[in-house]
Write a protein of this length. Structure first.
Lengths: 529, 825
């Protein structure tokens, strides 16, 4: 009873109607204050010794964190003010209140540069209110994307459709797939966010112990998730067959498409999250602090049970590069350039290898932690180059998605187009610049890293347009986003504005999503024919 | 070879005359002389291409094909793809590889063809569009191995299409992904003119066959543009043809005003562009995005299509019959990428290339005709129970009178209506005339009045079990349905506690039972046969069935016999006596129900408010019931017999030791279950569901969930067809099956329009996006009305129900101050 009640209360805050919000706020503040009084000034009790993955909404800390989030992120000023005053009251009672950790929505971008929730124009206000009404929160990702309202709108619409509208998968499954996908890149931000959502829509907390506790059906998806995230070119018809073969835990085609779209969406969103240095959400773990950072409590065995596959692949990668180069180079100068770019992209090492052992409990959600991006060209001898002209999003991918998951094809199509065509005709200090060349170069460079080749593109252009530090950044962000650092973010395109860097990030994210989608959809098409 | 050459020369000689002839054909159909000439011309062309004969055949290519094109004399075909560029000769029984144009030590990307076209004037001239943006021409007359002639690298992106001018030898047009179209003069080294579509990528370009200067271009954003080749600065016309990319277009070979387009939106549209605005005259809906479209020669209304994804078949459509393909070729195993009719004047052969690396020649005679497999019968119920049945005439009349009899039996009237379509000579479809028969059902017997009235008047909940049964029995009796009435009465007797009947309900009901019964029986006995005569046949069967069905049960059986045979006094006494006879057995057996009955009777006041609460907030009672561990599993939709659970529980626990059970509690259940099934099968699902609801827990476990669900859905469906929304809602609410219950929770969205600007309110909340005003404001308190809104029909002002009521008590004018004298009644 309490749970449903609690949810209603928080939902009320998303209403456009002032009085509804007021009533909801009133309820919340009473609840919080009464709880706070119960606990009294003995603030020690508030500190939880261990972080438990399942936290009921009744938990005072949870409520306080949420209030803190609302005080910063709610698009309605009345709620923000009220939340602040409630927190103040709680503090007066003597209970320790949370403080936001970090500075603003992004670690890379100074807070004052990012759009302030309190100071937005009417159009953004509407977008924010919509987002807030849909999810009961306004996440940092949206705030950072707020640099580009046109895109943000399309992005939120797509995400909302994927997560909450008609679709073959149940709501909690969708969030769980989101968790799986984000966990692949150890993106604790997204994982935490969706763990909350997952529980809120009635997901089974047991699943959160790791993929092994999830239903068989989702476990089967693990393999596809892994490959799509790191080496999408290895996805074959066989993988699809494996998932679809008529058995007890099999997937339907429509479900699979939905799952694939979700997976790719969250893989690329993880890239964006790391690429822009999005801070943890205030109300999630790590976004606020009133206790010492908890020691991670994942089971060691989870990490240990990686299936040992990567080692064998590791061995033979040096040889093939040359082979491939020779064969392709003999075709034509253009081909050589594609190859050069491809190999170069490989040499643009994913920068300083920090220790990549997954921290926190994110690792529970995926297996085989050591499976990561491998340069396409290193596997090139087995996998033929993907020719964009033979399987393109516009002609083939769209039709397939729309056939099996109506409307989503349209939404994705719009999103890709907006991302690809977005321009303000400015570059750093220059005005009226045609940026189409640059955008195309970035887009194709990313596709190139995934082995997708455009016949009609001169890959030499990439070298002229993208400098090395930028390439390092792109490569890191796209292939192993968790290694992105602020230094990388700062070191490319020094004179450029933050909004432009976010723009680049959007481009990267969408290009990556499209690349993954193309591989997955092509495999599905092969399966269907 | 000599023969071939000869034929070719002939064809050439015929060429100009032929085209001239075609030009005249369009204008003067009436002129018989002209027609004769045309015929002669056709004969000559047919003669000229006397090599055209053959069969359905195919050959393996080494690689997937992207496009194919055929030589003018229809003797050779060129296949182009990413890794293939070959010419095949078409022979009687097979394809023979003639030439591989992909030569050289290192095949360049210029060979990676997206499209290919064979010049229709010069058999040595070919053009290809490369994926890297190059346009290449090839001269087969070159002595060297490499036939490459010219190379144009002016496009920046993939070239999607090349097209030669149909009559001009040196004119080549290309359309590219970069949004430009270029016209090349093959005598020069570069493009003669460039056309900018000012929009997205060009997917197809086609010269008009008849109009020397015109060409059409289709775009990725859904537009089609018409250009004059002399005016590169601006298109002549533009119209939006499809939603999403237009992948292909094709001019009609005879009718100069017709352009067919195919798009990603799975449609083929035929446009008439002779009018001021391009007019869509035909539209064919396919099952996948349309990659190519080609008009069929010599058949004005036919066109062939193939798809880009998923669907591998080639369809030939008659655009006047857009619902079913005229013919289908199903040979390919992967998507078809190129289709072309083999000869300009021969509709009998189609060539196709595919991603499955095969090249096919399809003979039209071998095509499968989906029409033949289609089901030519149609059946539909009318509003008043009439039945319309349409079928091929041959099917109906073929059987003769013996076949007709069963349709016309039983006093139904039948109207055979025959439709003849005006025979259209150009139409290739088999001539189908179909007969439509309408069967009118007898008004009396098919009247569904009883259903509606019964549904309205039945009580399903809200009263004690006994009363409900009585009420329903009365309703049934008044509607001349004695059997149903008897069933209700019997149900009451079977499941009611006789003790409570005589004691607790003594005054109010005690007398009514015998009275009801005797009345009931009398009526039947008196007019029994007469009323039965009025029943439709199904009813009659029902009755018979029921007597057959229930022989095992003495009680039911007896009653049925009574009903039909005995006099007026007898059955009542007998029935009652029967019940009394079994009282001893009934009494202990029914003790559980009996106490429940009693409990409810004592506590009606408690029961009702509770149920109201239930309606307000469905989640609360669930908890409540869970807590008390009520026997009702999904208890929020209270049964008739639903009590305050706590009370009944305690009562049961007390009463149980008081009585000794002799019979198992489910003594009657099998019988009742059979009865329900019988009613449902006989088409009276209403009875089945009503009994199910009224009996509630007594019977629910006897009938399996799926059947129950099935009954509920059929009944609800029926109710909704009769627009009995309230009843259907009640039934949904009272049902115990979760699948039915959730019907009430779907599509609960209410769409509202803003009262100020009359636009739909898309957002949540009460403020309109467009005019930024609050919608539906109360005229008295000026706040948003969120519940009942009452308004004056005269001045359309209104507000909260209470406010308006209060206002109009003291004032007779409209609260909004509009001066209208509002009335509240």
């Amino acid at each position: 009873m309490d749970i449903s009640d609690g949810r209603c209360r928080w939902d009320g805050l998303g209403s456009r109607d002032t009085s509804t919000r007021k009533i909801a706020m009133e309820n919340i503040s009473q609840e919080v204050l009464s709880r706070a009084e119960k606990i009294g000034p003995i603030s020690e009790e508030v500190i939880q010794p261990l972080h438990s993955p399942v936290r009921s909404p009744d938990d005072l800390n949870w409520m306080l964190a949420r209030l803190l989030m609302l005080s910063k992120r709610c698009p309605y000023s009345d709620v923000r003010e009220k939340c602040l005053s409630v927190l103040q009251n709680v503090q007066d009672i003597g209970v320790r209140i949370p403080k936001p950790r970090g500075h603003g929505p992004s670690r890379f971008i100074p807070e004052k540069e990012v759009l302030q929730v309190s100071k937005v124009n009417a159009k953004m206000q509407v977008i924010f209110e919509d987002a807030f009404a849909a999810l009961g929160r306004l996440d940092n990702i949206s705030l950072v994307m707020g640099f580009h309202p046109q895109y943000l709108e399309s992005f939120l619409r797509t995400q909302h459709y994927l997560l909450q509208m008609d679709g073959p998968l149940s709501l909690h499954c969708r969030h769980y797939i989101g968790i799986m996908a984000a966990a692949r890149h150890q993106c604790s931000n997204l994982v935490n966010l969706h763990v909350n959502d997952f529980l809120q829509v009635g997901g089974d907390p047991k699943w959160l112990n790791g993929l092994k506790d999830a239903p068989q059906k989702l476990q089967h998806l693990g393999e596809l998730n892994k490959i799509l995230a790191h080496r999408p070119w290895l996805v074959t018809k066989a993988h699809i067959e494996q998932l679809l073969k008529a058995e007890e835990h099999s997937w339907s085609l429509a479900e699979l498409i939905h799952a694939v779209v979700l997976l790719t969406h969250y893989h690329s969103l993880a890239s964006f999250t790391f690429g822009c240095g999005i801070s943890p959400e205030i109300h999630c773990d790590g976004g606020h602090t009133f206790r010492p950072p908890s020691v991670s409590n994942y089971c060691a065995c989870d990490i240990a049970n990686g299936n040992g596959t990567p080692d064998e692949i590791q061995g033979n990668h040096v040889v093939s590069v040359r082979n491939l180069d020779e064969e392709e180079a003999s075709q034509e100068e253009m081909a050589t350039r594609f190859e050069r770019e491809k190999t170069e992209s490989m040499l643009v090492a994913a920068a300083e290898d920090e220790d990549s052992v997954p921290t926190r409990d994110v690792s529970r959600h995926f297996e085989d932690t050591s499976y990561g991006y491998k340069d396409f060209s290193r596997c090139g001898e087995h996998v033929p180059t993907f020719r964009a002209q033979d399987y393109s999003w516009e002609d083939h991918g769209y039709s397939l998605v729309n056939r099996l998951y109506p409307d989503v094809g349209q939404l994705l199509d719009e999103k890709f187009q907006i991302a690809y065509n977005l321009t303000y005709n400015t570059m750093a200090m220059h005005q009226d610049v045609d940026t189409s060349m640059l955008r195309r170069a970035i887009w194709n460079y990313i596709h190139c890293m995934f082995g997708i080749r455009y016949d009609d593109y001169d890959y030499g252009e990439i070298n002229q347009l993208l400098d090395r530090s930028f390439k390092v950044y792109i490569k890191t962000m796209v292939c192993s986003p968790e290694k992105t650092t602020k230094r990388m973010y700062d070191s490319f395109w020094r004179q450029f504005k933050h909004s432009e860097k976010v723009h680049v990030n959007l481009l990267l994210m969408e290009a990556r999503m499209q690349a993954e989608l193309l591989y997955a959809l092509r495999a599905i098409t092969h399966y269907m024919t | 070879m000599v023969k071939l050459l000869l034929a070719h020369q002939k064809a050439k000689a015929v060429g100009p005359q032929d085209s001239e002839d075609q030009a005249t054909r369009g204008h003067s159909y009436q002129c018989s002389l002209q027609q004769k000439m045309e015929k002669m011309a056709r004969v000559t062309t047919a003669l000229g291409s006397n090599t055209i004969s053959g069969c359905t055949m195919f050959c393996h290519l080494d690689a997937p094909a992207n496009a194919i094109s055929v030589c003018r004399d229809a003797a050779q075909v060129v296949v182009a793809g990413r890794n293939i560029f070959k010419i095949y000769a078409l022979e009687e029984e097979q394809f023979v590889e003639k030439l591989n144009l992909r030569v050289g030590r290192k095949p360049s990307l210029n060979f990676s063809c997206a499209d290919v076209m064979w010049h229709q004037m010069d058999e040595n001239l070919l053009a290809t569009a490369a994926t890297n943006g190059a346009v290449v021409t090839w001269n087969l007359g070159k002595p060297s191995r490499n036939k490459q002639d010219q190379l144009f690298t002016e496009h920046k992106r993939t070239v999607n299409k090349v097209c030669f001018h149909p009559t001009e030898v040196y004119m080549l047009l290309s359309g590219s992904q970069d949004g430009y179209m270029k016209c090349f003069d093959l005598r020069k080294k570069g493009s003669a003119s460039t056309f900018s579509g000012q929009s997205e990528s060009v997917r197809d370009v086609q010269f008009s066959i008849r109009d020397y200067f015109t060409f059409a271009a289709s775009f990725e954003n859904g537009n089609v543009q018409l250009w004059d080749i002399r005016r590169p600065d601006r298109y002549e016309r533009m119209f939006t043809a499809h939603n999403g990319p237009v992948f292909c277009c094709d001019w009609h070979p005879e009718d100069r005003g017709w352009l067919a387009t195919g798009g990603r939106d799975k449609m083929v549209k035929v446009w008439d562009i002779t009018t001021n605005r391009a007019k869509e005259i035909h539209c064919v809906q396919t099952i996948a995005s349309v990659a190519r479209v080609k008009w069929r020669p010599e058949r004005k209304y036919h066109l062939a299509t193939c798809s880009m994804m998923v669907d591998h078949n080639i369809y030939v459509w008659d655009v006047r019959r857009p619902f079913i393909p005229f013919a289908t070729f199903e040979e390919h195993k992967d998507v078809t990428t190129g289709i072309v009719w083999r000869h300009l004047h021969d509709p009998g052969f189609l060539l196709s290339g595919s991603k499955d690396s095969t090249l096919y020649q399809h003979k039209f005679k071998d095509a499968s005709r989906p029409v033949d497999k289609a089901n030519p019968e149609g059946l539909c119920f009318g509003l008043f129970g009439d039945l319309a049945f349409a079928a091929k005439e041959s099917l109906i009349s073929g059987g003769g009178d013996s076949n007709r009899k069963p349709y016309g039996g039983g006093g139904d009237r039948r109207y055979p209506i025959f439709f003849f379509k005006k025979p259209d000579l150009t139409e290739q479809f088999a001539h189908v005339s179909s007969a439509l028969s309408v069967f009118e059902t007898d008004l009396e017997s098919s009247r569904m009045d009883w259903f509606v009235k019964t549904a309205r008047r039945y009580l399903l909940s809200g009263k004690p079990f006994g009363e409900l049964c009585d009420h329903n029995a009365k309703v049934a009796k008044e509607l001349n349905r004695p059997q149903v009435a008897t069933t209700w009465t019997m149900l009451r007797i079977m499941y009611s506690d006789p003790g409570s009947l005589t004691t607790a309900t003594g005054i109010s009901k005690g007398g009514s039972i015998p009275l009801m019964n005797s009345f009931n029986m009398k009526e039947i006995a008196a007019g029994g046969l007469g009323s039965e005569g009025r029943l439709d046949r199904a009813k009659g069967e029902t009755r018979q069935d029921s007597t057959h069905l229930d022989p095992g049960n003495s009680l039911l059986n007896n009653n049925d016999e009574n009903e039909e045979t005995e006099g007026s006094e007898g059955p009542a006494d007998y029935l009652f006596g029967d019940a009394e006879l079994e009282d001893d057995d009934l009494y202990p057996m029914e003790n559980e129900n009996a106490t429940a009955e009693e409990a409810e009777y004592i506590l009606p006041q408690e029961a009702f408010p509770l149920r109201h609460e239930i309606m307000d907030n469905p989640s609360v009672p669930e908890h409540l019931q869970d807590k008390v561990d009520s026997p009702h599993v999904s208890g929020n939709e209270a049964e008739t017999v639903c009590l305050t659970p706590i009370k009944s529980f305690s009562l049961i626990s007390i009463s149980q030791p008081l009585y000794e059970s002799h019979l198992p509690a489910s003594f009657f259940s099998p019988v009742v279950r059979e009865m329900l099934q019988h009613y449902a099968e006989a088409g009276d699902v209403q009875m089945a569901v009503s009994v199910l609801i009224v009996l509630g827990d007594r019977i629910r476990k006897e009938v399996d969930e799926v059947t129950q669900e099935h009954w509920y859905t059929s009944y609800i469906d029926l109710l909704q067809r009769f627009k009995l929304w309230n009843v259907s809602n009640e039934v949904i609410k009272l049902s115990t099956s979760s699948a039915i219950n959730c019907l009430n929770q779907t599509s609960t969205t209410l769409h509202i329009n803003c009262s100020n600007c009359k636009r739909p309110m898309s957002n949540k909340g009460w403020i309109c996006d467009r005019c930024h005003q609050c919608a539906s404001i109360c005229a008295v308190c000026h706040h948003v009305v969120k519940g009942l809104f009452v308004w004056c029909q005269g001045c359309s002002h209104g507000g909260h129900l209470e406010h308006i009521m209060n206002w109009l008590k003291s004032s007779s004018h409209c609260p909004a101050g509009c001066g209208h004298l509002c009335e509240y009644t």
